[in-house]
Design a protein around this ligand. Structure first.
Ligand SMILES: [Ca+2]
Length: 103
């Protein structure tokens, strides 16, 4: 019985942890979308394809700036992936501000 209770608590913890991670990530996407309302914002704006625990250079800059609407605005004129195109231009063009091979 005690093992079942511990497994239930562990399962609840895992589900809640994952949920809070997903909701935080959704809030981040919404922050970018709020600044760039005409853009389509997906997970790969901040995360490398297939690695949603990792951050690309844009994701790192957004995190360092405070993960908010103000953070998005603060790094809009930067070129996080150093490909010669600013973050704002890339987001609005549908290219990836964190991937220099995509501009
Ligand atoms: Ca760029």
């Amino acid at each position: 019985m005690k093992l079942i209770s511990m497994l239930f608590v562990l399962k609840a913890f895992i589900i809640l942890s994952f949920s809070s991670y997903v909701f935080a990530a959704m809030a981040d996407g919404k922050n970018v979308q709020n600044v760039h309302s005409d853009a389509t914002v997906g997970c790969t704006v901040c995360h490398p394809q297939g690695d949603f625990k990792g951050l690309n250079e844009y994701g790192k800059a957004y995190k360092d700036a405070g993960r908010s609407v103000e953070a998005v605005k603060a790094i809009d004129d930067a070129d996080s992936d150093a490909d010669g195109v600013t973050n704002a231009v890339e987001i609005n063009a549908g290219t990836n501000p964190g991937d220099a091979t995509n501009k």
